[in-house]
Write a protein that binds this ligand. Structure first.
Ligand SMILES: CC(C)(C)OC(=O)N[C@@H]1CNC[C@H](C(=O)N(Cc2cccc(Cl)c2Cl)C2CC2)C1
Length: 339
């Protein structure tokens, strides 16, 4: 990929509208990995060849980084662990040449030696490339995008994300470093300042069902998280919302009767002076399964304790409808209607 015009695109794969990942390389010669570009975190980790738990070839189907095969590998060895809400990753730090969208950087990253079964057993991707701010980075490691910005090769200090809405679509999505891709949005961008320096989050003025603003009426925080599949909100608000639309909660989330889907109301998020509405087409995952069609509602209850919470997390299903530009130069987020 030549990024002579100062922008570097990476095509993404869309797995079931819930996981969007693209290819990067680490090491010389290049070892390829599929990673989620996650604005909700700020570290890069991939599975390690030097791993006891992941070494059972039968179970482990992901690519693993092999330092002994890279002539540009530099040892670090510091311990590393990430505690996700839904699981954890443990390993140690290494340094090597990482190439994203054709741009090479010398990067400190984590070789994962143990991944919690949940949720990584469902992961189609190998690892995670955090696109968050440096202050969110564990072990104070400079994130990949910061290393790229300091090379002054990008036209603008921004990156943009397109997520397709159905897996058959090709490409399943696109990450652009340094700009936006007019092929994937229409109209103009509406920008809003990030709530505080160092997080991809904005002030939200309310959540409406139909025309009535029923949640977050006094204002709350919305995190724009490319690494989350769904929309999460305070459990009490989400369960009230699900009750109104007649969704039932079972072990794998909220479901509605597929016959009622077309009558479901829009849910709107009031951000930066505009209402961003999602129709049932945006928030219902219609899955044809053996025992018949299942209609999953892509909302989840999640209570994040203060001072961080209460927050709403707008994930892949929101980004699939609204093309998103993350602007590090002006610390703002822009939305345009995705095509
Ligand atoms: C506090 C801190 C640790 C920084 O928080 C985070 O890193 N918070 C991350 C915020 N973004 C989503 C991340 C996440 O949940 N997963 C797991 C995941 C997501 C979707 C689908 C699947 Cl299968 C999986 Cl495994 C990583 C892949 C991005 C956690």
């Amino acid at each position: 990929e030549d990024f002579s015009n100062g922008t570097a695109p990476t095509p993404l794969t869309n797995y079931l509208d819930t996981q969007y990942y693209g290819e990067i390389s680490i090491g010389s010669p290049a070892q390829m990995f599929n990673v989620v570009f996650d604005t909700g975190s700020a570290n890069l980790w991939v599975p390690s060849q030097r791993s006891h738990t992941c070494s059972r070839r039968t179970v482990f189907t992901h690519n693993r980084y092999d330092a002994s095969m890279s002539r540009t590998y530099m040892e670090n060895g510091t311990g590393f662990s990430i505690q996700y809400a839904s699981g954890n990753v443990r390993g140690f730090l290494s340094e090597d040449v990482v190439v994203v969208g054709g741009i090479p950087v010398v990067q400190v990253f984590a070789e994962a030696t143990s991944l919690s079964a949940m949720p990584f057993i469902f992961a189609k991707f190998d690892g995670v490339l955090g696109m968050g701010y440096p202050n969110a980075a564990i072990d104070g490691i400079t994130p990949v995008f910061d290393r790229i910005m300091s090379q002054h090769v990008l036209k603008e200090e921004v990156f943009s994300v397109y997520y397709s809405r159905d897996p058959q679509h090709s490409p399943g999505g696109e990450l652009v470093l340094g700009g936006t891709d007019p092929n994937y949005y229409t109209g103009t961008f509406n920008y809003m300042e990030t709530k505080e320096m160092g997080k991809w989050e904005v002030v939200m003025k309310g959540v409406s069902l139909g025309t009535e603003r029923i949640f977050c009426a006094e204002g709350c925080t919305a995190v724009i998280d490319t690494g989350s599949s769904y929309i999460t909100g305070p459990a009490s608000s989400v369960s009230a919302l699900m009750k109104i639309i007649g969704a039932q909660l079972d072990e794998s989330g909220y479901k509605v009767n597929c016959d009622t889907v077309k009558t479901l109301p829009s849910v709107a998020f009031h951000l930066g002076g505009l209402e961003y509405s999602l129709t049932y087409e945006d928030y219902i995952l219609w899955q044809s399964q053996i025992e018949g069609d299942v209609c999953i509602v892509t909302f989840r209850g999640l209570d994040v304790p203060p001072p961080t919470g209460p927050i709403w997390i707008l994930g892949a299903n929101f980004i699939a409808r609204y093309y998103t530009e993350f602007d590090r130069r002006s610390n703002r987020i822009g939305f345009a209607v995705a095509v």
